[in-house]
Design a protein around this ligand. Structure first.
Ligand SMILES: C[S@@+](CC[C@H](N)C(=O)[O-])C[C@H]1O[C@@H](n2cnc3c(N)ncnc32)[C@H](O)[C@@H]1O
Length: 251
């Protein structure tokens, strides 16, 4: 998840005219005058707040509403299919915490939500030479802290959320749900992301959703190319969203 462009003004912030709210969004690398009526939806607001709250005070200036809106849509689609939920790249769990709130995930047991992360940042040795050339490793230097305790507390009310600490791909043999309906990949590095996609794709059910947080972001073209090849090999297309995310619904 990219935070560099996520703290600009969002609807309802910084003195925007109340009447204009719902028809303007300027945050997180996205500017549009299209309807964003979802911002007024009570269920969205509660879920978004629960997600952002995982950041504590760091979340006060963050505006990733549209990305969360997309993730909630994807999760809702997945909820209508059979299978577990997985996120690889959790950090404090903004997206996943918003989803479990939105779907009341505890009630979806025995379905499970696997949260996979080192919970101590990106293993920078996994960056490929082209990614290093783009300076991604320097950009994230010091950006991630130890978050395991925080995540354990944030998801305490959801016994069917399983926290899986470890490095992708090494930890993947421990995460073998029979069916997956929702797969979120957000590790900001091509190697572990493609490894996760290869591991979970055969388990992803028809109609299941794969959400790529970094797909269209500037500086992440190595990930984009790797996923374009991944998709072409499987004869599927990735929808590039103006939020920077990529979205695939498995045929
Ligand atoms: C951008 S953050 C994820 C943000 C998260 N999706 C959210 O909603 O808040 C990227 C995360 O990927 C994790 N990560 C990166 N490479 C990893 C790897 N190879 N194995 C496990 N976790 C990894 C980092 O520890 C970091 O927490």
């Amino acid at each position: 998840m990219n935070a560099d462009a996520s703290s600009r003004s969002a609807p309802g912030e910084k003195g925007q005219d109340e009447a204009a709210i719902g028809f303007a969004y300027f945050a997180d690398g996205l500017a549009t005058q299209h309807s964003c009526a979802f911002l007024r939806d009570r269920r969205f607001i509660d879920a978004y707040r629960a997600g952002i709250a995982t950041l504590g005070r760091d979340g006060e200036s963050m505006h990733i509403e549209w990305r969360v809106h997309v993730a909630l849509w994807a999760a809702q689609q997945a909820a209508a299919r059979e299978g577990d939920f997985v996120e690889c790249g959790v950090n404090t769990g903004i997206l996943s915490r918003a989803i479990v709130q939105y779907l009341d995930f505890a009630r979806m047991a025995p379905r499970r939500f696997y949260l996979v992360d080192t919970f101590r940042g990106i293993p920078i040795e996994q960056y490929t030479a082209p990614e290093r050339e783009r300076g991604i490793d320097r950009a994230i230097d010091g950006a991630y802290k130890e978050t395991l305790q925080q995540v354990t507390e944030s998801f305490a009310g959801f016994p069917n959320v399983l926290i899986v600490p470890g490095i992708v791909p090494h930890v993947l043999p421990l995460v073998v749900p029979e069916r997956v309906a929702y797969l979120s990949i957000d590790m900001n590095a091509a190697l572990p992301e493609i490894a996760a996609a290869r591991h979970f794709w055969p388990r992803l059910v028809s109609g299941g959703v794969m959400l790529l947080d970094d797909y269209g972001w500037q500086g992440h073209d190595v990930q984009k190319r790797a996923f374009d090849d991944f998709a072409a090999e499987r004869n599927v297309a990735i929808l590039q969203l103006p939020t920077g995310q990529g979205l695939v619904v498995k045929p």
